[in-house]
Design a protein. Sequence first.
Length: 168
Amino acid sequence: MTEALKNTLADKAAVLAGLPDHPAVKAIVAGIPDSLTDAKFDRGELTLTIAPEAIRTAAATIQAAGYNFFEDMTAVDWFPLSPRFQLSYHILSHSYKERIRLRVLLEESDPAVESIIPVWPSANYYEREVFDLFGIRFEGHPNLRRILMPDEWIGYPLRKDYPVEGYR
């Protein structure tokens, strides 16, 4: 194991210097370098923070680099911090035998990002779940509607500013 893989690389500069030959890092830097806003390598996992407007392109770039399996995605509400929302996409490479995380940060004023369904169709229900529970819109999604809550439900129950007992 190389020395870089034993240590925490806490920011973009450290990851670029410490893992220059990592397939995901190489692919993003070669294809869409301006979309990489931050990076971290900790506990054997690589997290690449991608600009919101480039997530679909980043997903396609990572897929072409050998990351062949979209595992899941989720969201985090960091209220009252800004940016408020974080999307985390977990992607696996069977050939490299490793998982990476693509992370997107979204402001509260416009929580929207491109859908990655054209790259990974299996993202369909995950995007619908995040929309339903957090209110984050996925532009270009073929069927963006509630999946867990009733259609007439008001609000987004996993947002931290959602009332504990719901709206009355």
